[in-house]
Design a protein around this ligand. Structure first.
Ligand SMILES: Cc1ncc(COP(=O)(O)O)c(C=O)c1O
Length: 427
């Protein structure tokens, strides 16, 4: 590798084709899926792979119940409903997440109320929650974003004080712990996603967890048309106890998830190893920084975020300008960085237009309340979005050799930052 930047025709730091995709899969996954064909059982809440996955996930999380679902959004919707949230209730959540967190609240005709993020860990800021509580508040939904466990003690304390339920969006945080306890095993209800990108991946899918008997019954019925469907071979009553959905997953998906689950702890450990290696390395490179680790728990690095700090390299520009120029230069070096969210959730059109079940619903369920969502009310979320980017490939089957090349590439780009900015200006 030369010191000449790849944007200036120098050799790229990371060779073409070196970065591998997630999730790693092999013959074991193929065999697991083929066995479903052989079994002739393709779906159902008592299908063998569904049952085994639920038992294993409940044991892993340290909770009483797990239910596999067809998506993280459906698992989260079940988590909202099973927590006893009713139409018109308000649920407090973070302004910074994938908007499915808020959609799961709207799916139950409840109303999301947003608060800004903590400036260090980018999860919901517990200090801002109490100000958002009204007599309509039923629950708090912390989102363990990027695999980072939220600071739960203060959230649980507020919930206890105001008699609110805590609904965890752990769609990005399989295996993350808070004070030694795994998410999924912390009250009251939790939703996980197992879509293609997630730490535990089944292509598409989700898992609901709880310790509470009533919440489990509620979620179980909700997953399957509002009915109680017995194991196959027994007569189904065909009597819905209440409104339900079809949130069942397919057995192919359950088999793939189970097969991936065998390697999941090892894969999570690799993510942590790579992330810590990068963070330590980036500490030595002025201009960029990796994420902080809290003393209260262990993150599982669903994504690895890099912060751009222009003042550290003597640049008189905004972090967004520096980021845009560096992302181009790093991309030429073979280092992929991407933008994820582009605005706070309340700044998205769905909240600006209040476009739900037709215009205005469910917000009109509280006719005396003017819900006014403004993206600019969440400055920390805006700052995070402007100054951070997501580094691709920080997971197995990639390895420490690639992580070292990433550090070499960051070093090269930061050592030549004036040239990087100049090239960006020329375009
Ligand atoms: C934080 C968060 N919540 C909810 C979801 C929704 O999960 P799914 O895509 O499986 O429905 C996702 C993932 O896409 C997510 O990242």
């Amino acid at each position: 590798m030369t010191d000449r930047l790849a944007i200036d025709g120098g050799e790229r730091t990371v060779p073409e084709g070196m970065v591998k995709n997630w999730p790693p899969h092999d013959e074991r996954d193929r065999q697991a899926i083929m066995k479903v064909f052989d079994s002739d059982i393709f779906h159902g809440n008592s299908a063998p792979h569904a049952v085994e996955m639920q038992e294993k996930w409940a044991e892993y999380c340290g909770c009483k119940y797990a239910l596999v679902t067809n998506s993280g959004t459906s698992a989260l919707h079940m988590a909202v409903a099973a927590a006893g949230v009713l139409p018109g209730d308000e649920v407090i959540t973070t302004a910074f997440s994938f908007w499915a967190s808020a959609a799961a609240i709207l799916h139950h005709c409840a109303i999301p109320v947003f608060v800004d993020i903590d400036p260090v860990y980018y999860t919901i800021d517990p200090a801002q929650i109490e100000d958002a509580i009204t007599e309509r508040t039923a629950a708090i939904m912390p989102v363990h974003i990027h695999g980072m466990p939220c600071d739960l003690d203060p959230i649980m304390e507020i919930a206890r004080k105001h008699d609110l339920k805590v609904i965890h969006d752990a769609c990005q945080a399989h295996g993350a712990t808070y004070k030694g306890k795994r998410l999924g095993g912390i009250p009251f209800t939790t939703g996980f996603s197992t879509n293609r990108s997630k730490n535990l991946s089944s292509g598409e899918g989700g898992i609901f967890t709880t310790d509470d008997d009533d919440a489990y019954e509620h979620a179980r019925r909700m997953r399957e048309f509002g009915e109680v469907v017995p194991p196959s071979g027994q007569q189904r009553e065909y009597n819905a106890f209440g409104l339900g959905w079809n949130y069942r997953p397919h057995e192919f998906v359950n088999a793939f998830m189970l097969s991936q689950f065998e390697r999941f702890p090892e894969n999570n450990a690799k993510r942590q190893e790579f992330a810590r290696f990068l963070t330590e390395g980036l500490e030595e490179i002025p201009g960029v920084a990796g994420p902080a680790e809290p003393e209260w728990g262990e993150p599982v690095y669903f994504t690895y975020v890099v912060e751009f700090r222009p003042e550290e390299v003597g640049l008189d520009c905004s972090p967004a300008e520096m980021k845009a120029a560096c992302v181009k230069a790093l991309s030429a070096e073979g280092i992929g960085l991407g933008q994820w969210q582009t605005r706070p959730i309340p700044g998205q059109d769905v909240f600006q237009e209040k476009e739900g079940f037709g215009r205005g619903v469910p917000w009109t369920l509280n006719p005396d309340v003017e819900y006014d969502y403004r993206g600019e009310d969440y400055p920390r979320t805006l700052e995070f979005i402007a100054s951070h980017s997501y580094l691709r490939g920080v997971y197995p089957p990639n390895d420490l050799e690639l992580m070292q090349l990433y550090l070499d590439g960051f070093r090269k780009v930061m050592d030549n930052i004036d040239r990087v900015m100049e090239v960006a200006d020329e375009e």
